[in-house]
Write a protein of this length. Structure first.
Length: 276
C-alpha cells in the first residue's frame, strides 16, 4: 500500500520534529498525501516530487541558520502560506505538459516540486528561497537529517503478493520486468545512487536504513559493499531489536534478511548505517 510506511513514520514522530517524503513519481506521492490526510498524520510532513539521487533540500530549521548562504539569490518575497489543494495556473500548465509528454516521473533536470506541507511542518511564514535552496555536503553534516530511510526501488522478487500477480499477468511478464538484464543493471545503479545521496543528506551521528523487498545479493549485499568501499565515514550498525525478530543475518555482518520459508513474511533486506 503506497504511503503505509510514511504514515507509520508520521505516527511514530508524534508532536516533535518533521518528516520529509521524496519520490520521483508524482502519482505515488499523491497517494501518500491522500493517506496522510485521511489519517490526520500530515501536520509535520512535507512531500517533494524529486529525483532521490539528486534531492538536496535540508530540514527546515537548518536552512535558517546562516544568512550568508543566500547572498546573491534573488528575493521575490514569496512566502509559504497555509497549504491548499487548489493549484495555481502555472502548476496546472506544468502538469498538463507532463501528462502530454506521457511520463509520470519528474525529469532529472527538474527542480523538486513541493506538493504538500502540513501546518506544523515549519514552512508557513518562511520565504521560499530559504527553504528550497539546495544544500552542500558540508552543511548536511552539521544540519542534515537525523534519520533517513532509503526504501529503494527493486525487482520485488521477494514480495509474495507481487510475485503472485504474475500468475495472472504471465511468466513472460516476470521475465521482462524482473529478470531482464538491462533493467536490473539500471536498477543497481539507481539503488546505489539513492543510498549514496540519502547518506549525504544525513547529519554526522545520524542513522540511515537501506531496505528492499528483493532476495538477490546484487540488490542488497553488493550495493552495501560498494557503498561502504566508497564512503569510509559510513559504518554498519547492529539492529538490536532484531534479536527477537524472525530473521537471519545477511551475507554481510549486521545486515538482516527475512525470507518466506523461515520468517513467514515476504522477503526483505535491511541494513542500518551511522555517519561518523
Amino acid at each position: 500500500m503506497q504511503g503505509a510506511k510514511l504514515c507509520m513514520l508520521a505516527d511514530m514522530l508524534g508532536s516533535t520534529g518533521s518528516l520529509t517524503g521524496v519520490d520521483v513519481a508524482k502519482h505515488r506521492l499523491a497517494a501518500c498525501r491522500t493517506m496522510l490526510q485521511k489519517y490526520s498524520l500530515g501536520d509535520r510532513s512535507r512531500l517533494f516530487v524529486a529525483d532521490g539521487t539528486l534531492f538536496s533540500i535540508l530540514p527546515v530549521n537548518s536552512n535558517l541558520g546562516s544568512m550568508e548562504a543566500f547572498v546573491g539569490i534573488e528575493d521575490n518575497g514569496s512566502i509559504f502560506s497555509e497549504w491548499t489543494s487548489k493549484r495555481s495556473w502555472k502548476d496546472r500548465q506544468k502538469s498538463k505538459k507532463a501528462k502530454a509528454a506521457g511520463s509520470p516521473h519528474l525529469p532529472s533536470t527538474s527542480e523538486p516540486e513541493l506538493i504538500y506541507y502540513g501546518k506544523d511542518s515549519g514552512l508557513i511564514g518562511l520565504q521560499k528561497r530559504y527553504v528550497l535552496h539546495p544544500s552542500t555536503d558540508a552543511a548536511a553534516c552539521t544540519s542534515g537529517y537525523d534519520k533517513v530511510l532509503v526504501d529503494a526501488e527493486c525487482t520485488h522478487d521477494g514480495s509474495i503478493k507481487h510475485i503472485q500477480k504474475f500468475e495472472f499477468w504471465g511468466w513472460k511478464t516476470l521475465d521482462r520486468r524482473v529478470l531482464n538484464v538491462e533493467r536490473t543493471g539500471n536498477l543497481l545503479h539507481l539503488q546505489l545512487g539513492l543510498l549514496t545521496n540519502g547518506f549525504k543528506l544525513l547529519k554526522t551521528g545520524g542513522s540511515l536504513v537501506y531496505s528492499t523487498c528483493s532476495l538477490t545479493v546484487a540488490q542488497n549485499e553488493n550495493v552495501v559493499q560498494q557503498f561502504l568501499s566508497k564512503y569510509p565515514s559510513a559504518e554498519l550498525l547492529k539492529i538490536d531489536p532484531a534479536d527477537s525478530w524472525p530473521c537471519r543475518s545477511g551475507d554481510i555482518q549486521k545486515t538482516l534478511r527475512f525470507d518466506p520459508a523461515a520468517s513467514q513474511t515476504s522477503g526483505l533486506f535491511v541494513a542500518k548505517f551511522v555517519k561518523l
